[in-house]
Design a protein around this ligand. Structure first.
Ligand code: PLP
Ligand code: SF4
Length: 335
């Protein structure tokens, strides 16, 4: 059972840091010396999907640079208000893939659990920015039913914890989820998709590493890094601890205009990943979510970037360029 959340007398230090995240766009700009950029903000988008940034992520942004590749990922530009044909609320067919509350299944052998709606930062390009988490995310109350569904379907070999960001859950909650899943014999792999090693490296506690390493499940952690500047010493140490705990580390990136749409940026990211023991997995073409069309990079440009990466990097440092197309039996590989 997932313990019901209860008032916690002693929040872990990382929970404190998470609670202290910056949620004011004005404060974000002020901390970067960019007050003059206030007019580039869209107050309406801000209300619909507020700013959220951790101190750790902020510390990796360049002071005074309005085009900083990390800032652009979290800053609600006025461009979000543009309506662009083909950019919709649910671009990847998540609604039709809901197998039961809190559980999506699109592909054979893998079930994806929406463990929480919360994240440590809010990424403006997020394809889940319009997803009704509050109604589709009652994992805690439906946990027994989820376990029964998983136990009754022996085709499911891998459970993917997603969200939101599953690592915002407490160590206690995560270890009970892992313990319950481990009891289902046919489940072999646990995959966790998280941005926390990059945006809140303090989250990677010894307790977390211990419960991952003690599990009989093969644990795969997919971090979502978009730029080499997202790495610093604390992130490198967090990733090293996860690797020592036996986790297989992979990365997926979203190809984003103005942020990482150059061969130099993508090659630097792959090199940085390799320094931290992480293999590039997917380079995603942007999901056409309403409000994010200003981040879109054409597919042909994505293909050309991959071709250049292939010339410059070891083969295993070149990610696969993919697009998620609703209704398809897998992600679609473009290059
Ligand atoms: C992307 C996704 C997966 C994982 O697909 P892989 O190609 O195995 O990485 C699984 N389930 C859902 C619902 C997904 O959207
Ligand atoms: S789900 Fe991922 S991409 Fe979306 S806001 Fe959360 S961390 Fe960012």
């Amino acid at each position: 059972m997932i313990p019901q959340s209860q008032p916690c007398a002693t929040a872990a230090p990382w929970q404190q840091l998470l609670a202290e995240s910056i949620t004011s766009a004005e404060e974000l700009l002020q901390r970067l010396g960019l007050q003059s950029q206030l007019q580039a903000l869209d107050p309406l988008q801000l209300k619909k999907f507020p700013v959220k940034v951790t101190a750790s992520y902020l510390s990796k942004m360049r002071y005074g640079d309005a085009k900083d590749p990390l800032l652009l990922q979290v800053f609600p530009l006025i461009d979000e208000a543009y309506e662009t044909e083909g950019f919709v609320a649910d671009p990847v067919g998540d609604h039709q893939a809901v197998r039961q509350a809190g559980m999506l299944q699109k592909y054979q052998g893998r079930a994806l659990l929406l463990t929480t709606g919360a994240c440590a930062i809010h990424c403006r390009y997020c394809f889940r920015r319009h997803f009704p988490y509050s109604s589709s995310n009652p994992l805690a109350s439906q946990w027994q039913q989820t376990l029964e569904t998983l136990a009754a379907d022996s085709t499911i070999k891998e459970v993917i914890l997603s969200g939101g960001d599953p690592l915002v859950l407490s160590d206690q909650k995560l270890s009970s989820i892992i313990a319950d899943l481990s009891e289902i014999k046919h489940i072999q792999r646990l995959r966790i998709h998280s941005r926390l090693p990059l945006v809140l490296p303090e989250r990677i506690t010894e307790d977390l590493c211990r419960s991952l390493s003690e599990s009989r499940l093969n644990v795969i952690l997919v971090i979502h890094a978009n730029h080499a500047n997202e790495f610093d010493e604390a992130t490198a140490q967090a990733l090293s601890a996860l690797q020592q705990a036996g986790c297989q580390l992979l990365n997926q990136t979203v190809l984003l205009r103005g942020i990482n749409d150059s061969a130099d940026a993508l090659c630097q990211l792959s090199e940085q990943l390799s320094v931290c023991g992480v293999l590039p997995y997917y380079l995603h073409l942007l999901d056409p979510v309403a409000g994010a069309s200003h981040f879109d990079v054409p597919q042909a440009q994505g293909e050309a970037l991959i071709a250049t990466m292939r010339q410059r990097l070891s083969g295993y440092l070149v990610p696969r360029l993919v697009r998620e197309i609703a209704g398809q039996p897998s992600k679609t590989i473009m290059a």
